[in-house]
Design a protein around this ligand. Sequence first.
Ligand code: FMN
Length: 210
Amino acid sequence: MDRESPLPPDLRLPEPRRSGGVSLQDAINSRHSARNFLGVPLPLADLGQLLWATQGLVAEGRRRTTPSAGQTYPLEVLVVAGAVTGLNPGVYRYVVCDHALSFVSEGDQRADLFAATMAQAEAADAPATIVITAVYDRATGRYGTRGITYTLMEAGHAGQNLYLVATALGLGTVAVGAFREEVVRAVLNLNVEEHPLYLFPVGRPLPHPA
Ligand SMILES: Cc1cc2nc3c(=O)[nH]c(=O)nc-3n(C[C@H](O)[C@H](O)[C@H](O)COP(=O)(O)O)c2cc1C
């Protein structure tokens, strides 16, 4: 490996747990948004579990944990990592077929990311933020403008999975839709056909008021 670039180009995530844990009913019943986080790192296995729930492959190996209109799969998932155990701070893209991360850029960019959001700076304390993006062309190529609607529906499916698995892991998250797209686009180094839809800061939450 090039000694100038100590980060590996690709990083395989721990195998996701596919059974056991908190019951689905309990997770649904406990789900809520969390906007304040304890300053503890996020274990890599938990990050992997969240990414898998958002867009990973199910046991059969072709389909994913969330449905997709006509299997067009217009969503992509990225991570802005600041304090994840075993992962250098940086931006990474989730590689669905390998359950791995591919390196986008290095450095802790959480403050830059949350500068894009309106008055939600406290979420910048989250150890990582998962970002769901859309490549609409994959869906509009088959469904025309209806493909945009389908893509947004798919982001809802993925986001709810993320909320529920975060809850099951004792983590907190909040769906953040209010941000300046051009700032998020710059942090993630997105090209023109990829659009950020949702930010999900994740981490150990401060206790929720009863
Ligand atoms: C499409 C969408 C966009 C949202 N955007 C934001 C946001 O930008 N900032 C935020 O703090 N919460 C955001 N939320 C979270 C809602 O504020 C939250 O779900 C709502 O207050 C209900 O609280 P609960 O999730 O704890 O039930 C968003 C939720 C959705 C579904």
